[in-house]
Design a protein around this ligand. Structure first.
Ligand code: CA
Length: 367
């Protein structure tokens, strides 16, 4: 856009603002669409334990906000993982339509849809801000919707954990060789990268990680960030807390809705539900930022844990290994190749701006 047109546009904004303040809203277009007639009682399942901090709580907030905005016309009953269906059957349950919606993370479905993990987290991937930009306005969401369409599902950007931590270790990682033989609880692509540098990724359910680390069944574990990690008790049984979470730089959550059920809602309820999801998205990231700051300080003051950063050299090598891993995935699967291309294009598109803005901003914190 030329400067002249931009300025002209600003003048238009003034006129529009006047127009908005003076207009009477016309709701006639909604007449006959069940504005107040039908009540909708929906069920939501999650992959999180019932009332899980922030992630589970955000589902309760979603239900509360939707009920308030719709004056009770649409109500959502939230079930924790395992209360109605097993956690990892949420996708299937909403796809079939017995359940209207679910809160989860797309990398859980990587076995079924390998490309799906790009919409949750890939190592050295996007941070929360970049992820929101790619998904909301950078073409990512269109690809995600295309990917889930055969399953009768509409995915929504359901929030973000922010940058996670690199994990809890009982031995120091001073060079890439220190990953050799390291038994670590780390799922997904992060685990694949670990195995390529000589480590052994081990999958254990959340409930067993503490005991496994305490007994030396594993040497290390990643989980989320300081808040959830503290609640898990890891600061009491591990010596070193490493950062950054190279394997999950801005993990995105998803809210999936059964397409037919969504389309059966009158337009205003679809808008209410979409708005409430968007509110969850920003609220969740804010909660993670707030709680993680508070609990990192708590860990440092209360516990005998050494906070350590992975060296630049280690991160560089892990990043190289990640690129090889992603290229291999893209060669095996057409959908992954398509999503990976968009991911790479967007990374390049943002690179210069990120350096000049976010990266520069954070380097100022050392002044
Ligand atoms: Ca994690």
């Amino acid at each position: 856009m030329k400067r002249k047109d931009f300025v002209k546009g600003l003048a238009g904004m003034g006129i529009m603002a006047t127009g908005i303040s003076g207009c009477n809203s016309d709701t006639s277009q909604f007449d006959g669409q069940g504005l107040r007639d039908n009540k909708y009682k929906w069920k939501m399942v999650t992959t999180w334990p019932p009332n899980f901090p922030i992630l589970g709580e955000s589902c309760q907030l979603l239900a509360q906000w939707v009920e308030e905005m719709s004056a009770g016309q649409l109500t959502i009953h939230v079930y924790g993982g395992g209360e109605l269906v097993p956690p990892l059957e949420a996708f299937e349950a909403v796809s079939i339509g017995g359940i209207e919606l679910a809160s989860s993370a797309s990398y859980y479905w990587a076995g079924k849809i390998p490309a799906a993990q790009f919409f949750a987290a890939v190592p050295f991937g996007f941070n929360a801000q970049q992820m929101n930009t790619w998904l909301d306005v950078g073409g990512g969401m269109e690809l995600w919707r295309e990917l889930y369409a055969p399953y009768n599902l509409i995915p929504f950007n359901g929030g973000n954990t922010g940058l996670q931590m690199g994990g809890w270790y009982n031995r120091q990682i001073n060079s890439l060789d220190d990953f050799n033989g390291l038994k670590m609880r780390i799922p997904g692509l992060g685990g694949k990268v670990l195995s390529k540098v000589g480590g052994s990724p081990i999958l254990s359910p959340g409930s067993e990680i503490y005991t496994n680390l305490e007994r030396g069944v594993i040497d290390a574990t990643e989980w989320l960030g300081p808040y959830h990690d503290y609640l898990m008790g890891f600061p009491d049984i591990a010596k070193y807390y490493y950062y950054p979470g190279w394997h999950e730089c801005g993990t995105t959550l998803e809210i999936i809705i059964n397409k037919k059920k969504f389309e059966s809602l009158p337009h205003h309820l679809r808008a209410i539900l979409t708005s409430a999801i968007s509110r969850v998205k920003s609220h969740m990231l804010a909660q993670f930022e707030l709680k993680n700051s508070e609990y990192l300080a708590k860990i440092k003051s209360e516990k005998k844990v050494e906070l350590k950063a992975f060296s630049t050299e280690i991160l560089r090598k892990l990043k190289q290994t990640t690129t090889t891993t992603l290229e291999e995935l893209a060669q095996k699967d057409n959908d992954t190749a398509k999503v990976y291309q968009s991911f790479k294009n967007f990374s390049q598109h943002q690179a210069e701006w990120s350096k000049a803005s976010e990266a520069a901003y954070y380097s100022m914190s050392n002044l």
